[in-house]
Design a protein around this ligand. Structure first.
Ligand code: MG
Length: 448
């Protein structure tokens, strides 16, 4: 078990996430990758500048050279790692968490996030305090690199055809959530020929406009704006702009599994091949992949697992249900800008309302719950559950226990950070999903 690392990096409130902590952890990361050029970026949080100095000190002390991109979206940093042949990267961000939080996402030389397992190695160095210390006459420098945003945008301009969007000039409302999406989205979408209205597009680390996570509750203003302005689409990013959520022209919130399924459809029309997703993803994605001649490859829940498997398999696309999609043709991190431009391009090419594209994605209903369970009981509960459900359907134990039936499934997973077990059921009707959940919830309650 890791003490600090979650599915992608470390997050915490500032009482835990002090500059001292950031310095020592960055130094441990520098030791882990054995020095070299490290790219540094940060999101718009108020504590970002303070932590930036600490991270720089930690990296330099372990013999790394630092290339500072400044305030950038996470996908910009991940993209630049390959381009600049860096040994790794550090992003100072707490993704969609509240403004009083901050964190570190560590990235390897392939632009792939450091997973929980790799984080264990970094934690061991951190705990032991045994970091190489660069000699006084061998300390490396910090260089600023102000062109990262422009270079990332350039890659997007080259990847996505502008003519369809230019021809239709759709009206879009962009909700940047006062985060680093503001640095790219308004400019890029105007350039692509959209009629742009922005919400919360001023960088402000106190996130005055809305909470950073693009949930239905947090995007009420965007939904209203799309309807009031008769816009064709609303688009919202999370705090570090790797995830993106869409609103259709009727003001309806489109869940991430639907936009991912649509992305899979778009990608597989260009090239056939593997589609990587997590064991917690909707069958809507599986159906679309099967129909378009793709094959589904499951991984554990977490961005770094998606990226790593996508690289291994030379996958066409990878993604998860919360609105994070990887387009490996550009880089191996989730990129909310490519996702939004690709979907916009498809809408304009087809000349149809966004809602009608979404209506073609198969509909599934889900039901979920969580049960309290002591940390030391979690593995035993999973093991017993696996034995109990043997023969009930196709079993996948990659991450928790998933049971697949003909057109429905259930998964039991242990929370990585809290004393909880989570159960999720998906079926063709709400009634069926609720029934499945009730049945397995009872079983898990007994086991706990
Ligand atoms: Mg994020």
């Amino acid at each position: 078990m890791t003490k600090y690392f979650g599915t992608y990096g470390i997050r915490g409130k500032l009482d835990m996430f002090t500059p001292e902590f950031a310095l020592r952890m960055s130094s441990a990361f520098g030791e882990h990758i054995k020095g070299g050029k490290v790219l540094l970026g940060r999101d718009a949080r108020l504590s970002g500048e303070m932590l930036e100095h600490a991270v720089i000190a930690g990296l330099l002390s372990s013999g790394c050279k630092v290339t500072n991109l400044g305030m950038v979206p996470l996908p910009t940093l991940e993209f630049e790692i390959k381009k600049l042949s860096a040994a790794g990267g550090v992003m100072i961000t707490a993704s969609h968490n509240p403004p009083e939080w901050n964190g570190l996402k560590f990235v390897d030389k392939n632009g792939i996030g450091v997973s929980r397992e790799e984080g264990e190695g970094i934690e061991r160095i951190f705990e032991s305090g045994k970091c190489r210390k660069a000699e006084w006459n061998n300390l490396k420098k910090v260089e600023d690199y102000p062109t990262a945003l422009e270079e990332h945008m350039d890659a997007l301009r080259k990847t996505i055809e502008r003519r369809h969007i230019l021809k239709e000039s759709p009206r879009v409302v962009l909700d940047c959530g006062n985060g680093v999406a503001s640095l790219i989205a308004p400019k890029l979408f105007k350039e692509f020929g959209c009629r742009v209205t922005t919400l919360n597009a001023q960088l402000d680390g106190s996130f005055p406009g809305r909470n950073s996570e693009p949930t239905p509750q947090n995007l009420q203003e965007l939904m209203k704006a799309v309807v009031a302005l008769k816009a064709d689409m609303g688009i919202a990013w999370d705090g570090d702009a790797d995830r993106v959520i869409f609103i259709d022209e009727k003001g309806g919130y489109i869940y991430g599994d639907k936009s991912f399924a649509l992305s899979v459809d778009i990608a597989l029309r260009q090239r056939k091949g593997p589609v990587v997703t997590t064991v917690a993803t909707s069958n809507a994605v599986v159906d679309v992949a099967n129909e378009r001649g793709g094959s589904i490859e499951y991984v554990k829940v977490g961005g770094p697992y998606l990226s790593r498997r996508a690289k291994e398999l030379n996958a066409v696309i990878a993604g998860e249900e919360a609105g994070g999609v990887i387009w490996p043709e550009v880089h191996l991190g989730k990129d909310g800008f490519i996702t939004s431009l690709r979907i916009l391009e498809r809408m304009c090419k087809d000349g149809r309302p966004f809602s009608s594209l979404i209506a073609e994605i198969p509909s599934y209903y889900n039901s979920k719950t969580k049960l309290e369970c002591p940390a030391d009981r979690k593995q035993a509960v999973l093991k017993k559950f696996r034995e109990r459900v043997r023969g009930e359907g196709r079993i996948n134990c990659m991450d928790g226990v998933r049971i697949d039936f003909d057109d429905s499934w259930v998964i039991l997973r242990a929370s990585g950070t809290e004393n909880l077990m989570r159960i999720f059921a998906e079926a063709r009707s709400q009634k069926k999903a609720d029934e499945l959940l009730r049945k397995y919830k009872r079983m898990v309650e007994q086991l706990i």
